[in-house]
Design a protein around this ligand. Structure first.
Ligand code: KG4
Ligand code: ZN
Length: 345
């Protein structure tokens, strides 16, 4: 089964053609980083306009990359949420048009399910596993017992981890998006130079909180910039390394606890922040002595992409979960557990 997967949930216009939820035949992502860069974050109205401008060329480039056409498709999978409403609408209404014109099934996909299943584009992960989805919009832990079977174990109560990276980069005037820039700069810094807080580690809960950390960095930087002695002993790279270490400490510890609570022997880490080199290294170190299998998608499948949407859509289409043309976008869209929702999308 060959599916076109579309994602316009945030600031990437992405399309991919994927066979049987695994084999990527083409994957095209048009990034809007340059448009949002001057604002230090995503401007929703600009994102919608950019998606409108780019969706047709991106899909055409994707089809031409794999030498396919609309006739070669068996269905269209599209992100319906969670995400920016105006951005999601562009992808969904374009997909509706294609489905109607081509008489193709339309499969609505939860963006978070896409992130969780992105690993299957490259690996066969045995169920059950724990998935950490960690991106600009989300930080959540799931117990995954099969395709469509996700029990949320924890989530952020305020900012997402990627959002914290982006906001700290903005505070430090590093630019947008912050994750990659901080990851790079932190390699030259001392992770123990500044003792930033590790929120919610003293509680049993598997929830996260990153907004206090961002505020702690802002307060530190305010004092640091006015104190030449401090500025001489602690560099910018030390601040970002210390911030990154605080985020990574919390993520690693909560993943460790989630694994312990479930007893699973596989862990999947997905979403944009899963690109982070320190997070990958620390998780590898933590589980190196155990028999736990650690799975990270390649960076191009960690950040938003249409291939993961096609992968998630494939499993839903196989179960006959189609949408009619009245389906709408959902800015908030908690992930479904099919074992309790009888497979209703
Ligand atoms: O998954 P994604 O493309 O979009 C969302 O669904 O949010 O994730 C984007 C987020 C941004 O916040 C970006 O700063 C972060 O992922 N990110 C990173 C790295 N690469 C991307 N964060 C930390 N380290 C990285 N290397
Ligand atoms: Zn995402």
């Amino acid at each position: 089964m060959i599916l076109l997967g579309l994602d316009t949930s945030c600031d990437d216009t992405s399309a991919a053609v994927v066979e049987d939820g695994r084999r990527v035949l083409a994957n095209v992502v048009h990034s809007q980083v340059k448009v949002h860069h001057p604002y230090g974050g995503v401007v929703p109205e600009l994102a919608s306009r950019e998606h409108m401008r780019n969706i047709v060329p991106v899909v055409e480039a994707c089809l031409s990359e794999c030498g396919g056409d609309f006739q070669s498709l068996d269905g269209i999978a599209v992100t319906v949420g969670p995400g920016l409403v105006g951005a999601l609408l562009v992808g969904l209404y374009y997909a509706k048009g294609l489905a109607m014109a081509g008489g193709l099934p339309l499969v609505p996909v939860n963006h978070l399910e896409g992130h969780i299943l992105s690993i299957f584009l490259e690996e066969e992960v045995p169920f059950p596993f724990v998935a950490l989805t960690v991106s600009g919009g989300h930080t959540s832990l799931y117990h995954v017992t099969g395709f469509g079977r996700y029990v949320q174990m924890g989530q952020t109560l305020d900012d997402a981890a990627g959002e914290a990276f982006d906001k700290v980069a903005k505070i430090l005037g590093l630019g947008y998006p912050g994750g990659v820039l901080i990851d790079r700069l932190a390699r030259q810094g001392r992770p123990d130079a500044v003792a930033f807080p590790r929120a919610m580690l003293d509680r049993d809960s598997l929830d996260f909180s990153f907004s206090g950390l961002k505020t702690a960095v802002a307060l530190f930087v305010e004092k640091w910039s006015q104190d030449p002695a401090r500025a001489a002993s602690v560099g910018l790279h030390d601040i970002v390394a210390s911030f990154q270490e605080a985020v990574v400490d919390v993520l690693v510890e909560k993943v460790r606890r989630a694994r312990e609570a479930t007893g699973v022997s596989s862990l999947v880490v997905a979403g944009g922040v899963a690109c982070n080199s320190r997070l990958r290294a620390r998780l590898r170190e933590t589980f190196s002595e155990s028999r736990v299998g650690l799975y990270f998608p390649s960076p191009r499948y960690c950040t938003d992409n249409g291939a993961m949407i096609a992968a998630a859509g494939y499993h839903r289409l196989r179960r006959g979960e189609l949408a009619d043309l009245s389906v709408d976008v959902r800015s908030k869209f908690p992930i479904q557990d099919d074992s309790t929702s009888q497979g209703k999308a």
